[in-house]
Design a protein around this ligand. Structure first.
Ligand SMILES: *Cc1c(COP(=O)(O)O)cnc(C)c1O
Length: 468
């Protein structure tokens, strides 16, 4: 294109002020901060300018420019962290935020967050208090421990406990327990970061008490047990029980620590689940320090809970690293409220979403599937194939690795689009629906769909299926 034409085209571009005036008259911009509108004007004009300089002759007028500006502003203002519907059936879904909080925890966050509180004030003395004391007696009551504290997360709890009790020493661990828990948490790496030396004993499948005993030297500072929370070694296996390990540690005056991972306060064996030992069992076995997560099987907020002997917990509280890993007040508010619910086990199972979803029976899921089926049916056309099918849900989040929960799902094969397209569009809707594809069917597991979400799913489905 000749230079003069380029110049003419560039001169046709509207000015920033002109577009700003237009935006002021336009309802779509009424809640948009001025700076954002200006940024969108600049972006739109820059884009046009570079197309013109590229030799193109772009078509534009105020209407198209304002629409593009409005789209950009909407996108910029949209929140990035958004609620989703979990139709995967995976209760502790790490990517979807693990545990949902119970009502009491939610309302306590609301109460504490908007108010001053006694976070670090001892109300009886009027002097400075410790945030750790807020949940300490409650955790002790529920686990039988002498002392307790809560930090940011369980990985932090493990790091802190190792660093406090065993820095510069050998920590003896079974080879079968050198686990990786998704992402970047690997027991050997955490140990190195905490300043301990890893002393592996036994083999992947079998470790005996004599292996631990044989590894103990002057430099040994701790015996560590890591609960195999996200996998199982099956077949020809042997591991050393906590009681034996505690006796061995006692003989040599070496502390014993257990990283339980999930850590539960209820006994799931009543529900026929394979043994996930309750925290109280480890405490009763005499372990010096037990660590576990707040948002796995406990069903509370992200937190790391440390329980054990008073002397060991007091040492951890005094570690300067504790400050870097401390629990925040919102989490503390949620944790205290959640723990209070545990004072009555039946109430905990009814009111704590994680426990409620895990303990749903197959019959419960059939009822929920029935409701979901009716809603989905309404959204579908005559060519779409909807069925109910018996399947299995997984607890997830590195808990109960062998456990598959029988569940009744609703499956869908859309007539006018691929299952992959349906999955993507459901995921990108508002609210997004996360489900899985199996054997080229779109599968919704009602176990993790919350009460009242069925109409949302059906209206989203209807929109997507209609505009295929
Ligand atoms: C999940 C897990 C952790 C990490 O806990 P977070 O709360 O995610 O930090 C540590 N150890 C074990 C055995 C786990 O299962």
């Amino acid at each position: 294109m000749p230079r003069t034409d380029t110049h003419q085209l560039l001169r046709r571009l509207p000015g920033v002020d002109h577009l700003m005036d237009k935006a002021h008259e336009d309802e779509r911009f009424s809640a948009v901060p001025r700076q954002l509108i200006i940024r969108s004007i600049r972006t739109v004009l820059d884009h046009l300018r570079s197309r013109i300089l590229d030799g193109q002759n772009p078509d534009f007028d105020d209407t198209t420019l304002l629409s593009e500006m409005a789209r950009q502003c909407r996108q910029t203002l949209a929140p990035r962290l958004v609620p989703l519907i979990n139709a995967t059936g995976v209760v502790l879904h790490t990517n979807l935020g693990r545990s949902l909080l119970c009502e009491k925890a939610l309302s306590n966050i609301q109460t504490i967050a908007g108010s001053y509180s006694n976070l670090e004030l001892n109300l009886s003395t009027g002097k400075r208090g410790l945030r750790y004391s807020i949940v300490e007696s409650l955790i002790c009551e529920l686990t039988g421990a002498q002392a307790a504290m809560a930090v940011n997360n369980n990985a932090g709890a493990v790091l802190l406990a190792l660093n406090t009790l065993a820095q510069g020493t050998d920590v003896v661990v079974s080879r079968g327990e050198l686990v990786e828990i998704g992402g970047s948490f690997r027991v050997p790496d955490v140990m190195t970061k905490s300043g301990c030396r890893l002393k592996e004993v036994g083999t992947t499948n079998r470790t005996h008490l004599k292996d631990y005993a044989g590894a103990i030297t002057e430099s040994t500072g701790m015996l560590l047990k890591v609960h195999a929370s996200n996998y199982r070694i099956q077949g020809f296996t042997a591991s050393v029980g906590l009681t034996d390990l505690v006796t061995l540690g006692g003989t040599h005056g070496i502390p014993v620590m257990e990283d339980l991972g999930s850590g539960t306060l209820v006994d799931f064996s009543a529900f026929g689940f394979p043994t996930e030992p309750p925290v109280s069992r480890s405490v009763a076995a005499g372990v010096d320090i037990v660590t576990f997560s707040g948002d796995k099987l406990l069903g509370g907020p992200q937190a790391g809970i440390i329980v054990g002997r008073k002397q060991a917990v007091d040492q951890i509280k005094a570690n300067p690293l504790t400050r870097a890993l401390r629990i925040d007040k919102l989490t503390l508010a949620a944790l205290e409220a959640t723990l209070q619910v545990y004072r009555d086990e039946a109430t905990a199972i009814r009111d704590i979403p994680t426990l409620r979803m895990l303990t749903l029976t197959y019959e419960d899921t059939c009822q929920k599937a029935d409701t979901l089926y009716k809603h989905v049916k309404k959204a579908c056309g005559s060519g779409d194939v909807i069925e109910c099918a018996d399947m299995e849900s997984r607890p997830g989040g590195g808990s109960f690795p062998d456990l598959k929960l029988p569940t009744r799902c609703v499956t869908l094969i859309p007539a006018d689009m691929s299952v992959a397209t349906l999955e993507r569009r459901m995921r990108l809707s508002t609210p997004g629906v996360i489900a899985r594809i199996e054997n080229n069917r779109y599968i919704m597991d009602p176990r993790t769909i919350q009460p009242g979400q069925e109409p949302l799913i059906s209206s989203t489905l209807e929109t997507i299926l209609k505009t295929s």
